[in-house]
Ligand binder design. Structure first.
Ligand SMILES: [Zn+2]
Length: 292
């Protein structure tokens, strides 16, 4: 028994040496630039915000890979390793990352700044999609800017300037489309999963969706029937669909209603190479024309 315990200790020591070596190898392999801040974010919208503010002063790594449905993502050991080696870790919060508490508990680097980007957002219960509302996205952007300044005060002006340019773009989208949506009679649209409540709140709209807030999977036949009735009643002529959520159900629904299928971006993953502003503008335009 004692021998067995010794062997386990030896293996543990070997593993920890391997990690030290691994760390150097990892830095080399990723060609990480030590002059840049190493910011690790949970998923795509946060990468967009950090890059918009930090530009060439930051090196952003994303935990949830592009093309992965983020609502049922589970991190692996390598993700913990990535977070451990960061200068800052930023997550959305509001239960977008159900795994985050476990990761935070297990981080060895106890000085690592850990940032909940949605802190202070006027949130809707059980709905994490704050980045899809311009008003709430602005809170996340400001939080990120303030945290970057905390760890890199010498570049304060640079971050402030980039942040105000980005916020200016968001404001101009909001102010140009608010009156347009106000002038519409029809305010109801149908999408893949219920990600657009904050977007709706900004513009006075109402969403209905094939899947719920956490993209729980294909809907029941009853839910589909209900959606068909809803679309008929509200004269819905466009069904929006997302790359990662039940496009087949959306297509069936559209066929049944003789409606069009159009793409909408949740930005949860990098889609079609478009950036945050491009996706938001396109979403807003498409929804507006579908309701007009
Ligand atoms: Zn979602």
């Amino acid at each position: 028994m004692k021998n067995k315990v010794n062997i386990i200790y030896i293996i543990l020591i070997i593993i920890s040496f391997m990690f030290v070596g691994c760390n150097k190898f990892y830095e080399k392999k990723l060609n990480l630039d030590s002059s840049k801040l190493r910011i690790v974010v949970s998923f795509n919208p946060l990468r967009e915000f950090v890059e918009a503010i930090g530009k060439d002063k930051v090196d952003v790594q994303v935990i949830i890979p592009d093309g992965t449905e983020p609502h049922d993502f589970e991190p692996k050991a390598k993700d913990l390793f990535t977070i451990n080696n960061a200068d800052m870790f930023i997550y959305n919060g509001l239960n977008m990352e159900s795994w985050v508490n476990k990761v935070v508990e297990n981080v060895d680097n106890k000085n690592l700044p850990i940032v909940e980007a949605s802190k202070g957002c006027n949130y809707i219960d059980n709905d994490p999609h704050v980045w899809l509302g311009i008003t709430t996205a602005k809170v996340e952007v400001l939080n990120i800017k303030n945290e970057l300044i905390k760890i890199d005060a010498k570049n304060k002006e640079f971050y402030e300037k980039n942040c105000s340019v980005f916020l200016g773009k968001l404001d101009s989208i909001l102010t140009s489309y608010k009156p347009k949506f106000q002038s519409l009679n029809n305010k109801n649209f149908v999408t893949g999963h219920a990600a657009f409540a904050y977007f709706c709140r900004d513009f006075g709209l109402k969403q209905n969706s094939v899947e719920g807030v956490f993209a729980e999977g294909e809907p029941t036949p009853n839910k589909v029937k209900e959606l068909v009735q809803y679309c008929r009643k509200n004269n819905v002529k466009t069904i929006f669909t997302e790359e990662m959520v039940s496009p087949k159900v959306s297509e069936t629904l559209a066929k049944e209603l003789n409606a069009e299928v159009k793409t909408i971006y949740t930005i949860e993953s990098k889609e079609s190479g478009k950036d945050y502003i491009e996706c938001m503008e396109e979403n807003i335009k498409q929804v507006y024309y579908s309701l007009k």
